[in-house]
Design a protein around this ligand. Structure first.
Ligand SMILES: *Cc1c(COP(=O)(O)O)cnc(C)c1O
Length: 385
């Protein structure tokens, strides 16, 4: 394998569905918070595979766990018991405060499972979701994703109603006898890094308790230390009935999980849900190593500290171009009054990877292992631009 950049782009554009708008670089390798393209150019990575590589790219402990597991067992299905699944489930239950885990392979798949479970528990069909929510691209997940452009060509989807984010009373008013549950992100990610008030999730939890409505918390992006806690729900001290997580779960290896409290989880009986690859030995080994690294390197605390540091530095930037800075831990958004894509292109040329979401928001979700010096470089290049 030694195609040059033009050959890679040529074949990709010819043979792959043209569903992605890609940056004009081809990545060859990565370590920690540094990514290298096929021409040998290095970039400080503030995207981390879209909030996935929380322990840094190719963390040696994760690489080693995958290598060792690959030599022993790659796949057998869920027809059998697996030691690494049992150990990982125990860890996740302890870290999340929920009681049971269903393993899957992506965020959308976790959300699909969550919606199915809520329908089974409630016997109802309709979901309440929030404006600007993103929950994934499969049909169930899409039905609670807000963006018109994503949804429109695929309607009719499952019934759902959208209420303003960060407005708990709007949820109360939207609950009807058809409501199966409410799904919400603790911080909206794709929607533009929208941080709700500290009371919001507490109020949502109270409304769900008063009305007997299931609360699904989508922690696909906010999980695994991203916001300075293991899960962002800890900032408000609530426990959802159902929770989803994925992105950073496997240290870069594809993996997702549906979690639920006991009285909810028991409603999924034998045969109600399944996944051939869910909780594969490779994914579980990677996820166990990932959690171990996060604990040993204190990455959850580090995320909180570095997030405060980064937001402090960004706050000193030119107010003519920056309208707002918001975030928690190393999940930071900077709202711009100038073209966001232009900035992404210019920083990339200067060796920094950033992502623009929701049109005008520069999103910073770097590996939690990134150094202060690397963040300083990012901010000073942004200042120059
Ligand atoms: C990314 C994301 C998803 C979808 O995850 P995929 O792995 O891309 O299917 C769902 N919910 C949230 C909050 C996300 O950020």
């Amino acid at each position: 394998m030694s195609l040059n950049y033009n050959e890679i782009v040529g074949k990709s554009d010819k043979y792959i569905f043209q569903t992605y708008t890609r940056q004009p670089i081809a990545i060859k390798k990565a370590r920690g918070a540094v990514v290298t393209d096929v021409n040998g150019k290095e970039y400080i990575d503030c995207v981390a595979g879209i909030a996935v590589n929380n322990v840094g790219h190719c963390h040696p402990a994760v690489v080693d766990a995958i290598k060792r597991q690959a030599e022993e067992l790659i796949h057998v299905s869920n027809l059998y018991y697996l030691e690494c699944q049992a150990l990982l489930a125990e860890q996740l239950v302890n870290l999340s405060g929920t009681n049971r885990v269903f393993f899957c392979n992506s965020g959308a798949e976790a959300v699909e499972g969550a919606l199915k479970l809520a329908r089974k528990v409630s016997g109802k069909k309709e979901f309440i979701a929030t404006e600007h929510a993103f929950h994934g691209r499969t049909r169930g997940a899409l039905s609670v994703t807000h963006k018109e452009k994503y949804r429109k060509p695929f309607e009719p989807l499952s019934p759902s109603v959208f209420v303003p984010y960060n407005d708990a009373e709007a949820i109360r008013n939207a609950i009807t006898r058809d409501t199966a549950g409410i799904i919400v992100e603790p911080i909206q990610g794709e929607g533009g890094v929208i941080v709700p008030s500290d009371e919001y999730l507490k109020e949502v939890r109270e409304i769900c308790d008063e009305t007997g409505t299931l609360l699904i918390l989508d922690e696909v992006q906010t999980g695994f230390g991203r916001t300075g806690k293991w899960f962002a729900k800890e900032h408000s001290g609530i426990l959802p009935d159902i929770m989803t997580t994925a992105k950073a779960m496997g240290g870069g290896f594809p993996m997702g999980a549906l979690l639920a409290v006991e009285d909810t989880a028991v409603n999924f009986g034998r045969g109600d849900h399944a996944s051939t690859f869910g909780g594969s030995p490779l994914a579980c080994a990677a996820a166990l190593a990932n959690i171990d690294v996060m604990k040993k390197e204190r990455l959850v605390e580090r995320s909180g500290e570095l997030g405060t540091y980064l937001m402090g530095k960004l706050a000193g930037m030119n107010k003519d171009y920056v309208t707002e800075i918001r975030g928690r831990g190393l999940m930071v958004g900077m709202e711009l009054s100038i073209n966001c894509e232009d900035i992404v292109n210019k920083t990339r040329e200067r060796g920094i990877l950033l992502n623009c979401t929701s049109g005008s928001v520069l999103r910073f979700v770097p590996p939690l292992t990134i150094t202060k010096e690397q963040l300083d470089t990012v901010v000073s290049v942004l200042n120059e631009i």
